[in-house]
Design a protein around this ligand. Structure first.
Ligand SMILES: Cc1cc2nc3c(=O)[nH]c(=O)nc-3n(C[C@H](O)[C@H](O)[C@H](O)COP(=O)(O)O)c2cc1C
Length: 207
């Protein structure tokens, strides 16, 4: 197995372990994007799939992140699975998934989320909450008794990793960092020095 395959296999193994914990959202990750001026923003999204090509998430393409990805198609992801004491950081370019792939993800969504995707103009200003509830009610009626189609502005993105870093809590706070990096067409693997900080295996209760 090549180094990239090794990194993806390691990631999948950690994800499976995270799924077996009592974490309510083991697939949740922080997604960082940047605007055209290079200013970063971050938010949580759910991982929808991982394969040899990359990591997939879905969203409204007209959202703030969608607008940023259209202008600057690269991003960073951060998973922190506290019960495992593991962090994974993934960086790379981002590509839109095909319509066919977006349709597959759309079909897995609960009906209420599908209606919500029509009702919410994600990241746009909302004058008052009642308007959102009214729009949801209207779309529930519009699609009553039939499948809710995927809105043209709801799709997915695939992050094509060129850097994957694994962080594992170590004894005496000497944590482990292993960085897989794409250089040209080849992947390298390097150990990195850790931050010898106050993160403790038992959890931290102070800032
Ligand atoms: C645990 C969690 C999971 C979320 N998953 C998604 C998701 O998969 N897709 C999405 O668009 N927003 C998701 N959100 C909402 C985003 O964090 C964010 O509010 C929204 O996408 C708008 O972000 P933006 O204005 O930066 O584009 C999630 C929020 C939380 C707390």
């Amino acid at each position: 197995m090549d180094l990239y395959g090794q990194a993806i296999a390691k990631f999948k193994n950690l994800l499976e372990r995270a799924m077996q914990t009592d974490l309510p959202e083991p697939t949740a990750m922080t997604l960082a994007t940047t605007d055209q001026a290079g200013r970063p923003s971050a938010r949580a999204v759910l991982l929808k799939g991982v394969d040899e090509q990359g990591l997939v998430f879905s969203t409204n393409t007209r959202s703030r992140k969608g607008t940023q990805l259209a202008a600057t198609p690269s991003a960073a992801l951060c998973f922190f699975w506290q019960p495992l004491n593991e962090q994974v950081l993934v960086e790379g370019d981002v590509a839109a998934v095909s319509d066919a792939e977006a349709d597959v993800y759309w079909a897995t969504r609960p009906r209420d989320s599908q209606v919500g995707a029509w009702a919410s103009q994600q990241s746009g200003p909302l004058e008052k909450r009642e308007l959102l509830l009214e729009r949801a009610k209207r779309y529930r009626q519009v699609y009553s008794g039939r499948d809710v189609p995927r809105p043209p502005h709801w799709s997915g993105y695939r992050l094509l990793a060129d850097r994957i870093e694994f962080w594992t809590a170590g004894d005496a706070r000497l944590h482990h960092r292993t960085c897989y990096k794409k250089q040209g067409e080849a992947w390298t693997v390097t150990l990195l020095n850790p931050y010898r900080g106050s993160y403790r295996l038992c959890g931290s209760r102070r800032l």
